[in-house]
Design a protein around this ligand. Structure first.
Ligand SMILES: [Zn+2]
Ligand SMILES: [Zn+2]
Length: 101
């Protein structure tokens, strides 16, 4: 964690919701249930704004695995970061059944 005046929520990663999985290789990230959205999200283990395409692929695969395990249905990935733009996180949002393909 940095010396910022306001601690970063995603660096602290308080264990207030369900954690699905924690990865260390090839890089650190955690898959947990998002507090505000109730969907799985992957949080990068490092404080940076973006990930490489390869890293994103690894995170998507982990989210997909969690979604499959919990039979959440069809997903799409959403990395628009409204609340914490400084720390990369990727939501797996569930595509509503009524959505056109
Ligand atoms: Zn952070
Ligand atoms: Zn969320």
């Amino acid at each position: 964690m940095t010396e910022a005046s306001k601690p970063c929520e995603l660096c602290e990663l308080a264990r207030t919701t369900k954690w699905f999985a924690q990865f260390f290789e090839p890089f650190a990230f955690t898959v947990l249930e998002c507090d505000s959205c109730d969907v799985p999200m992957a949080v990068l283990g490092e404080h940076r704004k973006s990930v490489t395409a390869d890293e994103r692929k690894v995170m998507e695969r982990a989210l997909q695995w969690v979604a499959d395990t919990h039979e959440l249905g069809e997903l799409f990935f959403d990395d628009r970061m409204r609340q914490i733009p400084e720390h990369y996180h990727l939501h797996a949002r569930v595509r509503p059944r009524w959505w056109p393909k």
